[in-house]
Design a protein around this ligand. Sequence first.
Ligand code: 3PG
Length: 393
Amino acid sequence: VIRMSDLDLNEKRVLIREDLNVPIKNGVVTSDARLKAALPTIELALRKGGKVMVMSHLGRPEEGVFDAESSMQPVADYLAKALNAPVRLVAEYLNGVEVARGEVVVFENVRFNKGEGKNNDELAQQLAALCDVFVMDAFGTAHRAQASTHGVAKYAPIACAGPLLTAELDALAAALKNPKRPLVAIVGGSKVSTKLTVLESLSGIVDQLIVGGGIANTFIAANGHNVGKSLCENDLIPEAQRLIAQAKARGGNIPVPTDVVTGTAFSADTVATLKTVDAITSDDMVFDIGPDSIAALTAILKHAGTIVWNGPVGVFEFDQFAAGTKALAEAIADSDAFSIAGGGDTLAAIDKYGVAERISYISTGGGAFLEFLEGKTLPAVAILEERAQNSVK
Ligand code: 3PG
């Protein structure tokens, strides 16, 4: 791809697509990780003398109507404070917008535009006409082929990748394409079904695939144990057995918890009981891994060359079931491995245990991070590669 850092942006109209889709409560941004990650790109475009426009989606509003709930105003307010530059939110921009050098124009939510989700050609051309250089920097939305991520890149005079997007892709490539081994992945979360392709793809490349959360329950059941009333997908037990066999066949391993912490209801005050997996009763719900499992998994992480982390291994929002996720977060932080983490719940755990500084790379992607792990091509990156190839021909 062409990189923004290599381009002359002086006096150029520069349209940057960021993923500024952040949680907002009462008009205030409640988690600014994505905004912080986007700032260096915007600042670099300003330093390079560009006339800078920034666009993003926020939430999933209905297209074609304005919805105050999904307005970019709180994001624009945040940027105005964070950037040492005047920031202006513009609602009507499709027919052209004046931008002065040194200021930042933020477009209102791109998902208010009819045709954004379906990657409408006319809308993409309108966006492309606004700029001399289109910068795709929204890694978190790179798995969406939409007018502001994909279509615009088709038609803009120049389409390039911003520094955040390339940093994300470089970090993921370092972890998965040519990793220092042993390569260990942790895939937690509630359901096997939503992560089946990730598990499938990772079990083909990693040395150890640690499963956690509800996902682990299906694997515990696959090993022949009763999991009581736990979240468990019985129809996927054969799939779990196949993954275990497949990993073993290539010299890898899927370690399954041997002891667990159970409760009897999904609630903050349910009593936690430690059990071995063969002692789980019909009334039990598995909410965390036990100390033996923690010890086994932290030993694996200690010797890892590379760690990929997506998803908690227990219900860490309830303190009595947080020990597993906390211990793993700390083991990742303590390890000398190159570590990369991504996904909403994972970031919440990283914040809660204060280990952000000691993880090599924290991705801004949720769905996009998972699709990369699945081995899928991200359409908004593919179009940049296509454009770059055509420009050298
Ligand atoms: C995300 O939060 O994963 C991205 O911003 C994409 O949002 P979407 O799932 O609504 O397309």
